[in-house]
Design a protein. Structure first.
Lengths: 360, 312
């Protein structure tokens, strides 16, 4: 029930020679699930901690709703946070853990009990309310951490990689649970992760960060379809996009003998060295004399639903590995040579120097 | 993708451990072997023999103690409570007074430093203020000052402040309480600070977001979690103060009204040491309280208070 906006918010750790976050501008809508994603050390956790009030903001401002919170201590910001390691109070029962914030807010015991029970019911924790955290499994502890956040009914949820301590299966399940819970409660959420799959599946919008700077903020599909630069193109998508060095001349992009089909905007703008990006699933297998890119197969990963072919293009100037998604029952074997091509609208053209997108 | 099944993996792992033992496993096995146990038993017996001898001596008649060794009790057993009787009643000041004095000295000398140390350790560990690190190093460095060096200046200060002597407030106990606290604080603050730092920072941050201030974090998070550490240090400090003679002698200054048991023990042997046979009984009388404290304090030495808090 609040918007969040960062206005040139900066965090400069004492003693560091450059700021961890030089100045972030980000507007998050009311009730939105915003995911901050990026490689480790990109400043995404710092940004979240600035919002939570655990990190000093050296310059700029942060607003929650129309309230400026830049200098407020965490407890006056009306936020709740879920930590990566859950940070449960080990000496308190689950009920006391969940009710701690309400107790600090001097809420009456009856009302507190009611709120805790309500949250426990939502999270299926009712039978564990009297237990200590050490008697819970990893997934249950994670739910207690969530419960501690939701009993407060805050304006903003901050989540700092809350799933990274769960095993793979649990993570997928909890991912859906959190997304559903957030949608039901409608509380503005900022979620930090390094896992682009989490970002794509959970976020209403995803903010991709690198070196403390926002690269692109958009819906998951828009990030996937129109990455604004090389970094986003390489970061979003699994397996990652094939990025190949190419040379542009007279509106044509060439990798060795292969003429890459590009869209008109890119054809107009590109010149000199460029990078051409193609998603694995955008490749089309063609016959040897149809002018495709030759790929000699080194590994075939069969996933059942489809298969990924890893191969080398053998053309100078392109990266060794080309990944092609083929349908699962195609008989492609190690040592074969495939010829692949694609359509102009599936090709992402980037400037090799600036990394900016040149395609439409 | 691994081609082995989990069962094969475990078997393989077990095989591997059979061949390459880790250092700790090797040490554990070495110490729990028959020979290791035998060696431990021998050491334990050797270490207990003097105490047993002291205990037996304390029950023997004066003439026996002064002429033969305690082991002759096996061939010529004779026991009496005479030594205990003289220790307990044989002085113009009642032994109970010394007992009470010891307790009156020890309890505040434990409570004051533990309270101050836990609070300042919290500040050093979890609060940001200017000059924090310098101040902490300075306090840490205070440990190298030998207490003997401080005695004359401290006593001068106490006299100037009117804390010393029978007419002083607290009957002259303040000098002993303060001295013990002063001597204990550097180590206490340092130890408590280290215990505090071991508590994960996320717990403190989480409490801050939950709306707790420093006082609430201290009382509701830190104190319950540090209970074993505080108890351990308190017992340590208790034993130190209870067994102390030097500080009591210097600062309670021959004033028998405020002297602890240790002072009485030192006097037991008499001016020229003629009553040394009483020392063994005296030692056991003064041992009673530390043993009780240890037995009842033991349950606080529990581990794993942090289990389940944070993962990994």
């Amino acid at each position: 029930m609040a918007t969040i906006s960062f206005k040139k918010a900066q965090r400069w750790y004492p003693g560091a020679d450059k700021p961890a976050v030089p100045g972030i501008d980000l507007d998050i809508r009311d009730g939105e699930f915003m995911v901050l994603v990026g490689p480790s050390g990109c400043g995404k956790s710092t940004t979240l901690r600035m919002l939570a009030g655990l990190e000093e903001v050296n310059d700029g401002q942060i607003f929650i709703g129309d309230r400026e919170v830049t200098k407020l201590p965490p407890k006056d910001r009306d936020i709740a946070m879920v930590f990566q390691n859950y940070a449960l109070y080990p000496h308190m029962s689950v009920a006391d853990n969940m009710g701690f914030a309400l107790k600090m807010a001097k809420m009456k015991p009856e009302e507190r009990k009611q709120r805790v029970e309500e949250a426990a019911r939502i999270l299926n924790l009712t039978e564990y309310l009297e237990r200590k955290p050490k008697a819970l499994s990893g997934g249950q502890r994670q739910r207690v951490a969530m419960g501690r956040a939701i009993v407060r009914q805050p304006q903003v949820f901050c989540m700092d990689e809350p799933l990274s301590n769960l095993d793979a299966k649990m993570r997928v399940q909890t991912r859906t649970d959190i997304a559903k819970l957030q949608a039901d409660l409608g509380i503005t959420t900022v979620y930090v992760t390094h896992d682009q799959v989490e970002a794509m599946t959970m976020g209403d919008r995803v903010a991709v960060m690198k070196d403390g700077v926002l690269q692109q903020v958009d819906t998951p599909l828009a990030l996937y379809d129109r990455p604004v630069n090389l970094f986003v193109a390489g970061f979003i998508g699994s397996p990652q996009m094939n990025l190949m060095g190419a040379h542009a001349k007279d509106g044509k992009a060439q990798i060795g003998d292969y003429l890459v089909p590009v869209d008109e905007t890119a054809a107009r703008k590109m010149s000199g060295d460029i990078v051409v990006g193609v998603r694995p699933e955008a490749w089309r297998v063609v016959g040897p004399d149809e002018g495709g890119l030759p790929v000699s197969v080194t590994v075939v990963e069969e996933l059942g639903s489809d298969a990924f072919v890893y191969g080398t293009s053998g053309v100078e100037g392109t990266p060794n590995n080309i990944i092609v998604r083929v349908s699962a029952r195609d008989t492609v074997h190690k040592g074969d040579t495939l010829h692949v091509t694609t359509d102009p609208r599936s090709v992402h053209v980037f400037d090799a120097d600036s990394g900016d997108r040149l395609s439409d | 993708m691994s081609t082995t099944t989990p069962v094969e993996d475990t078997v393989a792992a077990e095989e591997a451990t059979k061949h390459r033992k880790s250092a700790s496993t090797a040490a554990k096995e070495g110490l729990s072997s028959r020979w290791g146990s035998a060696a431990a038993l021998v050491i334990a017996v050797l270490w207990t023999v003097p105490t047993v001898g002291l205990l037996i001596s304390s029950f023997r008649p004066e003439a026996d103690v002064k002429t033969t060794g305690w082991w002759t009790v096996l061939s010529n057993p004779s026991f009496t409570l005479d030594s205990y009787r003289s220790v307990i009643t044989g002085s113009d000041v009642n032994l109970a007074t010394y007992f009470v004095n010891s307790i009156v000295i020890t309890v505040p000398s434990v409570v004051i430093p533990v309270t101050i140390a836990t609070m300042s350790a919290y500040a050093f560990a979890w609060m940001q203020f200017k000059g924090r690190d310098t101040l902490f190093v300075a306090i840490f460095a205070l440990q190298i000052v030998p207490i003997q060096v401080t005695m004359i200046p401290l006593l001068t200060l106490y006299v100037d402040w009117g804390l010393a002597g029978r007419q002083a407030p607290g009957g002259g106990f303040w000098t002993v309480w303060l001295s013990h606290s002063i001597f204990a604080l550097p180590l206490a603050i340092y130890l408590m600070h280290n215990f505090m730092r071991e508590i994960p920072g996320e717990l403190v941050e989480s409490a801050r977001i939950d709306g707790a201030g420093h006082v609430q974090i201290f009382t509701r998070i830190m104190l319950p979690l540090l209970k074993p550490s505080i108890a351990a240090f308190a017992i340590f400090q208790f034993l130190w103060v209870w067994n102390d003679l030097l500080v009591a002698l210097v600062f309670a200054g021959g004033n028998l009204q405020v002297s602890p048991l240790t002072v009485r023990l030192a006097e037991l042997a008499g001016q020229r040491g003629e009553d040394w046979h009483l020392l063994s009984a005296g030692a056991f009388v003064s041992l009673v309280v530390p043993v009780l404290v240890f037995v009842f304090g033991q349950r606080y030495f529990v581990r794993g208070m942090l289990a389940g808090s944070v993962k990994g």
